[in-house]
Ligand binder design. Structure first.
Ligand SMILES: Cc1ncc(COP(=O)(O)O)c(C=O)c1O
Length: 395
């Protein structure tokens, strides 16, 4: 159930308005404008089975979590959102609820290392088949689907860490012609820039740890979709297995989502400025810049059509002098913090090969050893450029 009763009035409003109001009814008892943190594991029943508004136990249902779910679904323009204790918990429950041993998944060849680890080390031993394809190549996807039945195509666009761009609508058309469903991990774009369900995807997943939380202070995930049957399967397993976010986590996500629109547009502006500067550097310093907002990016045209209002805050660069030089740069920044994760207000730098994507070493998903990934925050972009400039002295 949802505690929001203002859905009809909000339906016609813009996403930025819905982010602030959807699911955010003033507290019925006190009128508190901000959804309270309902830090309770259980709820008093008025006689056995006499639940107040359906609330019985917080693994199953909690008002703060419901508030975030309603807010996120509304921002996405989707019927349903279910939030989880992490992005990987959301992915795990979606897949365990809807695939079985013998089913196959077709995975893009550049995805978050933890997603690959979950699929290859947990789902494959369970009996699920996993194949990897260049997901940006619709013809290659089509050929793979001609050869085998797949339950899902798994798309990250922009992908982590190479910022590859997949045409969601074209991929969904090919997939649906073969009876295959499309999941889009929309973590990098966020619901501000990209609406995969509108483009034909069947399910959207998020690590809400990133842009939606937005302040590097909460770990969370979500499954967002329109299909009621799949929603019920996911909700059943979520309750049966229990990977739910705490009320405080949900409250932090609510707070983050309210300012997502502003933040993501500024992240995108800052990242474009930093990416343009990086691209202007001599090729002896920077071998390649990966940012979908640059015209040199192979997916730029698709990204310009598919993403609305910016290209996101993530940039990857290949350091011409190689692995050791890349590691030295990552250790030499003073404003960019050397840390995993992304999407917070503070800029982060990391070495995917040794950090977030260590689990894809030796596979077809292995990332270049000289690659650094930047999560461009909300500092002044000129300060970020100055920081990178001084860090490049370490090369
Ligand atoms: C694109 C993407 N999807 C999923 C995840 C997993 O999310 P979490 O760390 O919240 O479990 C991450 C984490 O970095 C990610 O970058």
């Amino acid at each position: 159930m949802t505690i929001s009763t203002n859905a009809a009035a909000l339906a016609a409003s813009a996403s930025a308005t819905r982010a602030i109001h959807a699911g955010q009814e003033p507290d019925p008892t006190t009128g508190a404008v901000v959804t309270p943190i309902y830090m309770t594991s259980t709820f008093k029943q008025d006689g056995v089975g006499g639940l107040r508004h359906g609330y019985d136990y917080s693994r199953s249902i909690n008002p703060t979590r419901n508030s975030f779910d309603a807010q996120l679904a509304s921002v996405e323009g989707a019927k349903y959102a279910l939030s989880f204790a992490s992005g990987l918990a959301a992915i795990d429950v979606l897949l365990r609820a809807t695939v079985k041993p013998g089913d196959n998944i077709l995975l893009g060849n550049d995805v978050y290392g933890g997603t690959y680890r979950l699929l290859s080390k947990v789902f494959v031993p369970w009996g699920v088949g996993l194949d990897v394809v260049d997901i940006t190549d619709t013809a290659a996807v089509s050929a793979a689907l001609d050869g085998k039945d797949y339950a899902y195509i798994w798309v990250e666009t922009p992908s982590n860490p190479l910022l590859n761009i997949t045409d969601i609508a074209a991929t969904a058309a090919v997939a649906h012609a073969h009876g295959t469903k499309v999941v889009v991990d929309n973590t990098f774009a966020s619901p501000v820039l990209q609406h995969p369900l509108d483009d034909g995807a069947d399910v959207v997943v998020y690590s809400t740890t990133k842009y939606i939380g937005g302040h590097s202070d909460v770990v969370g995930g979500a499954v967002v979709l329109n299909d009621e049957e799949v929603r019920d399967q996911v909700a059943f397993l979520q309750n049966a297995a229990g990977a739910v976010p705490s009320p405080f986590d949900s409250w932090l996500e609510i707070r983050g989502l309210k300012t997502l629109d502003l933040r993501v547009r500024q992240h995108s502006r800052n990242a474009l400025e930093v990416a343009q500067w990086l691209e202007s550097l001599p090729s002896e310093v920077i071998e390649r810049v990966w940012y979908p907002g640059l015209e040199s990016h192979p997916g730029h045209e698709i990204a310009a059509r598919q993403m609305h209002g910016g290209f996101g805050g993530m940039i990857s660069v290949e350091i011409a002098a190689g692995f050791e030089a890349a590691k030295r740069v990552a250790g030499a920044t003073q404003i960019f913090t050397l840390a995993e994760s992304l999407g917070g207000v503070e800029s982060l730098i990391e070495h995917p090969g040794a950090m977030t994507h260590a689990s894809v070493a030796g596979t077809t998903l292995e990332v270049p050893a000289n690659l650094l990934r930047l999560s461009v925050g909300l500092e002044d972009p000129q300060d970020l450029i100055a920081d990178l400039k001084q860090a490049f002295q370490a090369i």
